[in-house]
Design a protein around this ligand. Structure first.
Ligand code: AQP
Length: 345
């Protein structure tokens, strides 16, 4: 991306909103990550100052295989670009390359209350799922996420529904800090878009689709082959009814309607009208086909990009350089406000 985008200085550049978002490379990306987040990002880069990070510091709140984590980090970066994020227009970087994220997180930990972190749904879910490893990082995850967002003076955070609570706590932390020291941080807004904002598991549709689900049939991966995608939709849990309409207690069908609508670019009402009088079998086939077509170019382009490691390295190196510069400006302000002696270098 151009230097002006990394550091808006005047006129039109100052009018642009700053957008920040990220995905943790804790596994292979799912259709949920794509429809809820990634797919909405490219359209934003034309009008805004966009910053997208592969948030690998977040991933280690759950044990990761080091070699897999390294591989997945590059895969997520490649998928950002494959989804249409242009490194010439947006800033792309790997979180661990910018130390200011961890540094600001420490400061903000001291402005975040134990009680508010205890209320986080993701912490409750993950501490049940990983009961043998309820580490402090899992608990303070939202503070690191607040640092990611606040370092760049972010206005908008495009996320899926599941992350709304974390953006809200980032707002609360920013407001608390600003209340003590004056306007240091921009106050971010969550941006939750379209029918893909909350994609559920195909196997247990009352749960969200998650890349770390142990059941391989629960999720569709961006890199899945067409035949695997079709098989997973064929097996998707529905209910004893037969009409393709949304309703109470019809979580499986509600989810398939949301997926089809997001993939085909129509409203849930249009989907219901299109499949009126048709059965679940025919509908599942159509959902599978729509998803295969949406994911095909992403998968093919990701494969091409992963074969060009030198290009990916160039993108993340340049991204880290620019992100570090922007992040340092905020961190310096924060350090000054809290009373740290200015860094000598
Ligand atoms: N099921 C989903 N539906 C819609 N959006 C989703 N997102 C995740 N799952 C869904 C959105 O994807 C972005 C990146 O999420 P993340 O990987 O940073 O963390 P997550 O929300 O915890 O995603 P996972 O897949 O469930 O990861 P694991 O299994 O590692 O915890 C976010 O914008 C998120 O809203």
């Amino acid at each position: 991306m151009t230097e002006q985008n990394a550091a808006p200085q005047n006129g039109a550049e100052q009018q642009k909103k700053t957008v920040f978002s990220g995905v943790q490379p804790s596994g292979k990306l799912t259709l949920g990550n794509y429809l809820g987040a990634l797919r909405n990002w490219p359209a934003m880069q034309e009008e805004n100052r966009c910053i997208f990070s592969v948030v690998n510091l977040h991933s280690i709140t759950v044990r990761q295989d080091p070699a897999a984590l390294r591989r997945q980090t590059l895969e997520v970066l490649a998928q950002y670009i494959a989804c249409g994020i242009d490194p010439e227009k947006s800033l792309l970087f790997i979180q661990s390359h910018v130390p200011a994220h961890a540094e600001l997180a420490w400061v903000l930990n001291c402005y975040t209350m134990f009680g508010e972190l205890s209320r986080m749904t993701q912490f409750k879910d993950k501490s049940q799922r990983y009961a043998d490893n309820i580490n402090a990082g899992l608990f303070t995850y939202p503070v690191l996420m607040a640092s990611d967002i606040l370092l760049y003076q972010t206005d908008l955070v495009p996320v899926g529904q599941d992350q709304k609570q974390h953006v809200e706590i980032a707002r609360d932390i920013a407001q608390r800090f600003n209340g003590v020291y004056g306007p240091v941080f921009a106050i971010p807004e969550p941006l939750i878009q379209g029918p893909g904002a909350k994609i559920a598991s195909l196997a247990e549709p009352t749960k969200k689709m998650s890349k770390s689900d142990q059941n391989q049939n629960a999720f569709v991966l961006l890199m899945d082959k067409p035949e695997d995608i079709m098989r997973k939709f064929k097996r998707a849990v529905t209910d004893s009814g037969s009409q393709v309409v949304r309703g109470e207690g019809k979580d499986g069908v509600n989810n398939l309607i949301a997926i089809y609508s997001a993939a085909a670019g129509c409203s849930p009402e249009q989907t219901e009208a299109e499949f009126a009088g048709k059965g679940y079998g025919e509908f599942k086939q159509a959902v599978g086909e729509a998803v295969v077509e949406v994911l095909r170019p992403v998968r093919e382009q990701t494969e091409r990009l992963l074969a060009d490691k030198a290009y990916l390295e160039q993108v993340y190196a340049e991204g880290a350089r620019q992100a570090a510069r922007a992040a340092e400006r905020t961190l310096e302000k924060v350090y000054k406000k809290v009373g740290f002696v200015k860094k000598p270098f």
